[in-house]
Design a protein. Structure first.
Length: 279
């Protein structure tokens, strides 16, 4: 696996390439904000090559991140798109449309409107109580698609379902847009962030984290499939996963089943949203 200095060295080469446009949903806190600050440091002397969209709920936190990043990377562009809830498909559509509008009206460094990097870092904490959705009815342990059932819902179940669906969805997207899209599913490991002590975290976990963090910190790293197939899976140190992902459960139509489930769920959400807006 690549060492931290190797990773940092590779990142330092980014400014030598073409200008990039980046979108960071959930970039106001946690992993997203860490990525924003890392980009600002990387482009500290090449700010004119960097444009970043931060999408999130909290304007105050966003301004803090934007201000820090602008100061660290002179000449770079940092834009905030506010949204009340990225769990709503309508809000995802609106934010996407806004980025498309801004990039179409004023493409970065001219040329074709584009988005070079999209980091999907936002989520609700898996320790938070689940909400009722259209994705019910999946039999536990049989085919981990949709939300886990109420009786099995928890950190492990959420991770299993989300990882399974995202892996196969990425493969399908990479095939549908071959040569135009590269997707990487990253397991970040344990990343310390404000969510561990946030209002959504159970009280027992807050106490556990406060007591165990000094010990765990000794083992934490400080921040200072087919090659060319388009869909990749890497570990927390950017090491490529060996072998075929989900080899024991993978079938010829697994990708299509995951894709069909996702599209059907999105259609149901869209119809429900349309019905509620008419009432």
């Amino acid at each position: 696996m690549p060492s931290l200095p190797t990773i940092q060295s590779a990142l330092s080469e980014l400014p030598k390439g073409p200008p990039i446009v980046v979108a960071l949903p959930g970039g106001t806190t946690g992993i997203g904000s860490y990525i924003a600050r890392a980009l600002a440091r990387t482009y500290a002397n090449h700010g004119t090559k960097l444009r970043v969209y931060i999408v999130g709920r909290n304007a105050t936190r966003a301004e803090s991140v934007l201000s820090e990043c602008r100061q660290a990377s002179s000449g770079s562009e940092w834009r905030f798109i506010q949204t009340p809830d990225l769990a709503l498909i309508s809000e995802v559509d609106r934010c996407c449309a806004e980025i498309v509008r801004q990039e179409t009206e004023a493409p970065f460094h001219g040329g074709t409107p584009r988005l070079d990097l999209l980091y999907m870092t936002y989520s609700y904490p898996p320790l938070k109580e689940r909400s009722s959705t259209f994705e019910n009815g999946t039999k536990p342990g049989e085919f981990p698609v949709g939300c886990p059932t109420d009786t099995t819902y928890g950190v492990s179940a959420v991770r299993k379902h989300a990882s399974f669906m995202k892996t196969f969805l990425f493969e399908e997207l990479a095939e549908k847009h071959a040569g135009k899209l590269r997707l990487t599913h990253i397991y970040p490991g344990l990343v310390d962030g404000p969510v561990f002590l946030g209002s959504d975290a159970p009280t027992w976990f807050k106490w556990f984290w406060r007591l165990s963090k000094p010990l765990i910190s000794w083992y934490m790293t400080a921040p200072d499939g087919e090659r060319g197939g388009g869909s990749y899976s890497v570990g927390q140190r950017a090491d490529a996963q060996t072998g075929i992902m989900y080899e024991k459960v993978r079938q010829a139509d697994t990708r299509q089943k995951v894709w069909r489930h996702t599209m059907e769920t999105l259609e149901q959400v869209e119809k429900a949203g349309g019905s509620s807006s008419q009432n």
